[in-house]
Each structure stands twice: as structure tokens, then as C-alpha cells.
Design a protein around this ligand. Structure first.
Ligand code: DAH
Length: 345
């Protein structure tokens, strides 16, 4: 009994396939559906009615075979229906004057968009892009970058260490890529390295435990501070606007000497408005950290500081989004609300 039923189901499957192939209109498709799936006289219902005649031991297998056939017919009909809509829109079946259904178009996330723009500018300046790992060695994230043994940034409160691996952590900045690149390449070096960084910060309007940075590094013979200034000026004018003025303030980073925090003049009010929403009336916007690569860092990476010198800089991409595009709260960038994201990219 069951073998016979299975053979018949196989036959029905074949003829269904042939019938489906010859469908020319939505009406014919509906009729085919009726013929196979209608509760009263449909082919599937007729198979089900025959379950009664099966031996009890055969019933589960027979039921399973019929169900599989039913699912096959349903899936094939709905796929044909969807294809039919496409055909209708392209004029094969239906009114070609109907407006096409609107397809949502994707775009880059603001963070990816900003990263891409920054990369483009540095590519034009002849830099290479070198991405590095997010799980990093303590040695590259801190030690070779000249962080003293007890520097607070190494603290567990700031750094995500990997359980069971004291020497591995989620990089707290993109600067370890400087080390990786210098260890693997001889000067002249000219790279930017964009990517994610991680710190144990509680999320608030300006902090997130995961954020993005772009690191820059140039090492060659005879590199001095004016090269750093000229490079950052060229970048900022290209990115923020041609009239931007830069301000270098003394700063401290263990891996650069001297170090500088860089501000740009407010691109919205240029310092002329006391109630400016971008610079809050100060006229300046803090945008990045930078400096001349510390001789000890060069040495740590096998480069002779008597022969070579270099500069480095690092900027936060979220910070750029907030400053340049007026995103008021960094958390908005991670909530994936299309009302925000749809405005960019
Ligand atoms: N790594 C620093 C941070 O996350 C940023 C930075 C400062 C990078 C100065 C640099 C630099 O390359 O020269 O705060």
C-alpha cells in the first residue's frame, strides 16, 4: 500500500512540475493551486483521505510522504507567485504602467563613511592603509609603545584582558599598529591604520566600550615637526574645509616626544559666535593627538633613531562624527535607527 502511494505521489510531483512550467498568468497559477491544495478535492487532500486505508504501522511514513509533497507544492507555488510579481512589474503578465515597487537602497554607516573619506585623503597623500588585529599583545599595545610598567592606562579598569591570557587584550587604541608595522617594514614608512579599539568605559554621550580610531605613522630620514604640521593641515583643510586653522597644544603620550593635541578652528563659526552649537563659543575643536615618534619606540622596533625620525597621530572617528556632523550623542551611532543613519553615507 505504502509503496503504491509513494509511487503515485512521485507521479503527482512530476505532473505538478510540468503544469507549473506551462503557467502563463496569475489566474492559471491560482487554478493550479486550487487543483492541488484545495481542501475538498485537491490532490493533496485526496492523498490524505487514503491514509485511512493504510495499515497502522504504515500511517506515519505515508503521512510524512504526503506532507513533504504538500510542502513542496506550497513552496513551488509561492516561489512562482513571487516570480510572477517580478514578471508583472516587467510587463510580462500585467499592466506595465504600474509604478514599480520601491526597493530599499543600502548605504554606508556614518562611521564607515567617515573612515572611507579619511582613507581617501591619505591615499592621495601617498599613504598606505594597514589594518591590524583587534586582539593585541600587551607588549605591542603598551610596552613597546613606551608605556611605563605601572601606567594607569594598563589598569584592568581601562583594559579588557583576555581571560587566561595575561599577555593578550583588546587593543585600547590603534597605536600598536605602529609597532607591528615598524617591526615588519624598513623605513620609509607611510601608513594609516583605521579600526576598532576597546576600553572599559561605561557608555554615555561621549564614551563607548568599543569605538573607532585612525592611526597615522610616517618614518623616514630627516622628518621633523613641520612635516607633521603640514600633513595635518593638508588633511584638515581637505576634510573640514579650506579655511581651517590648526592649533597645536603641548600634550603627553608615552610614545611621542614632543606630543601635541591638535585643535581646529570651528568650521561653523570660526570663533565668531559665542553661542555656537559646534564649538560652544570657544572657537576651537579638539580633534586628535599627535607627536614625533619617541626615539625609544623606534629603538623598540629595531629602527635606529640616529638615522630615522617620524611622526604619528591618532584620531577618534566617533569624535569626528560628533564634531563634523553634529551627532549629539555617540550612542546614536550604534542604535541603528534608520532615521539617523539614512541622513548620511
Ligand atoms: N593612541 C592615542 C589615544 O588613543 C592617540 C594618539 C596620540 C595616537 C598621539 C598617536 C599619537 O599616534 O601620536 O589616546
Amino acid at each position: 500500500m505504502i509503496d503504491e502511494l509513494k509511487k503515485e505521489i512521485e507521479g503527482a510531483r512530476r505532473s505538478f512540475g510540468h503544469e507549473l512550467e506551462s503557467i502563463q498568468s496569475p489566474e492559471q497559477l491560482a487554478a493550479l493551486k486550487e487543483r492541488y491544495l484545495s481542501r475538498k478535492k485537491g490532490v493533496v487532500s485526496q492523498f490524505l483521505a487514503r491514509l485511512k486505508g493504510c495499515l497502522p504501522a504504515e500511517k506515519p511514513l505515508a503521512g510524512q510522504a504526503i506532507n513533504q509533497f504538500k510542502e513542496f507544492v506550497e513552496a513551488a507555488l509561492s516561489a512562482a507567485g513571487a516570480a510572477g510579481f517580478a514578471a508583472a512589474a516587467s510587463g510580462a503578465w500585467d499592466d506595465p504602467s504600474l509604478p514599480a515597487s520601491e526597493l530599499p537602497v543600502g548605504r554606508f554607516h556614518l562611521i564607515a563613511d567617515i573612515q572611507g573619506r579619511i582613507e581617501d585623503i591619505f591615499l592621495q597623500l601617498g599613504y598606505e592603509i594597514a589594518a591590524g588585529p583587534e586582539v593585541e599583545r600587551d607588549e605591542y599595545n603598551f610596552t613597546k609603545l613606551n608605556f611605563p610598567e605601572h601606567h594607569p592606562a594598563r589598569d584592568e579598569q581601562d583594559t579588557f584582558f583576555l581571560e587566561g591570557h595575561d599577555d593578550l587584550l583588546l587593543r585600547t587604541h590603534t597605536s600598536p599598529m605602529q609597532v607591528r608595522y615598524m617591526l615588519g617594514h624598513r623605513p620609509p614608512l607611510k601608513i594609516i591604520s583605521p579600526g576598532k579599539a576597546f576600553r572599559k568605559d561605561d557608555p554615555d554621550s561621549t564614551h563607548s566600550p568599543c569605538f573607532h580610531q585612525v592611526e597615522g605613522l610616517l618614518v623616514d630620514r630627516g622628518i621633523h615637526f613641520s612635516h607633521l604640521k603640514g600633513t595635518l593641515e593638508a588633511f584638515c583643510r581637505s576634510f573640514y574645509g579650506p579655511d581651517i586653522v590648526l592649533r597645536f597644544r603641548p600634550g603627553y603620550f608615552p610614545f611621542t616626544e614632543p606630543s601635541a593635541e591638535v585643535d581646529i578652528s570651528c568650521f561653523l563659526c570660526a570663533g565668531r559666535k559665542t553661542d555656537c552649537r559646534v564649538c560652544k563659543g570657544t572657537g576651537w575643536l579638539e580633534i586628535l593627538g599627535s607627536g614625533m615618534v619617541h626615539p625609544q619606540v623606534l629603538r623598540n622596533c629595531g629602527i635606529d633613531p640616529e638615522e630615522y625620525s617620524g611622526f604619528a597621530f591618532g584620531m577618534g572617528i566617533e569624535r569626528v562624527a560628533m564634531v563634523k556632523y553634529g551627532v549629539p550623542d555617540l550612542r546614536l551611532l550604534y542604535e541603528n535607527d534608520l532615521r539617523l543613519l539614512g541622513q548620511f553615507g
